[in-house]
Ligand binder design. Structure first.
Ligand SMILES: Nc1nc2c(ncn2[C@@H]2O[C@H](COP(=O)(O)OP(=O)(O)OP(=O)(O)O)[C@@H](O)[C@H]2O)c(=O)[nH]1
Ligand SMILES: [Mg+2]
Length: 320
């Protein structure tokens, strides 16, 4: 913007105001989906971009089970991110629904971000992801993630390889964990979404209800403290969420597993494991709600819930 040299201070201020108002009208806004293999770092990146924890993270694959909306508002406009489950071959009805969530997330979005873990070798899973996007003619940015762990000499050959696989509008090396190149990424996203006003209020960073996020925080700790089949056989629901006990919110969660033996492991000797899960969950949930909570965790067995469509209708929706 150029302010005429010979205008008065008052005129300059008014001119500046007009220009700012004009710029404000040129806000950008759009929907952007994050897809990729399990563990590629989609949820970590989303949390970093928002500066808020909306999507749980773990070092075990298939952590995210739903579409999770994360709203990023900046002076340039608003990006509505959709975090998705990692792309994998479904074994159970649960996994089939997770993959349906991925497919749904590709509809009616302005841009797709495909995340690749740059530290792992290209394999069948990566080919599967590329095949999925090749079916669509969409604007896609490829993100080579986890570069904080990568020997930099490996980067150029990787970029060269991926640039031959698809006509990506951009290939950006990033670290979703450390934040490397995340500002650049936001810039590129704003360059590739349309002009438009905010979809959500400036202060909102997700549309997921508190009850869902609470259950997810507990599930994150279950994932952290368990191994083998238990992370995949567990699902958490909030049974009661009592806000009338001010100043402490009383929360009662059910953790469902598929077998009695899994229940035993989750509770641990003398209830030690479930107690640890409860302590860690409480810290996260208090951060989320900004309030003190009383948390009660109850472990229950629901055989084969992962293959039960009716139960999944009840248990899986983020808006339950
Ligand atoms: N060093 C490093 N680790 C990362 C980075 N991004 C993610 N991780 C780690 O990778 C693991 C998986 O991260 P998530 O964010 O849960 O991955 P995801 O793609 O959402 O996984 P799913 O939900 O299972 O599809 C976690 O242990 C993260 O801490 C990164 O940039 N650098
Ligand atoms: Mg995830």
């Amino acid at each position: 913007m150029v302010i005429k040299k010979d205008c008065s201070k008052g005129q300059a201020v008014s001119l500046l105001k007009q220009v700012t108002e004009k710029e404000q009208k040129k806000l950008k806004s759009g929907f952007v989906t994050l897809i990729g293999r399990p563990n590629s770092g989609k949820s970590t990146l989303l949390n970093n971009l928002l500066g808020e924890k909306v999507s749980i993270v773990s070092n075990k694959p298939q952590t995210t089970r739903n579409k999770i909306l994360g709203i990023c508002t900046r002076k340039e406009g608003q990006i509505v991110f959709i975090d998705t489950p990692g792309i994998h071959k479904p074994g159970y009805e649960l996994n089939r629904r997770m993959m349906q969530a991925v497919h749904d997330s590709l509809e009616d979005v302005n841009l797709i971000l495909v995340l690749v873990d740059a530290t792992t070798r290209f394999g069948n899973g990566d080919r599967f992801v590329l095949d999925l996007i090749k079916e669509r003619e969409m604007d896609i940015i490829l993100l080579l993630n986890k570069i904080d762990l990568l020997n930099k000499v490996k980067l150029l050959p990787l970029i060269d390889f991926y640039s031959k696989q698809y006509d990506f509008i951009d290939i950006i090396p990033i670290s979703g964990l450390k934040g490397d190149n995340c500002s650049l990424l936001l810039k590129r996203i704003f360059n590739n979404i349309p002009d438009g006003n905010y979809f959500f209020s400036e202060s909102q960073y997700t549309d997921c209800p508190e009850r869902f996020l609470t259950a997810e925080m507990v599930r994150e700790k279950v994932l952290h403290y368990t191994r083998k089949e238990i992370p995949y056989s567990s699902i958490v629901t909030v049974n009661r969420f009592e806000e009338d006990k001010d100043p402490v919110v009383h929360i009662y969660c059910d953790i469902f597993v598929e077998k009695e033996s899994q229940k035993k492991i989750l509770i641990g000797a003398n209830g030690k494991k479930i107690k640890t899960i409860g302590i860690d969950s409480r810290i996260e949930i208090e951060k989320l709600l900004g309030k003190k909570i009383y948390l009660n965790l109850f472990v229950r067995v629901k055989p084969k819930w992962r293959n039960d469509p009716k139960l999944l209708d009840q248990l899986l929706s983020p808006y339950r």
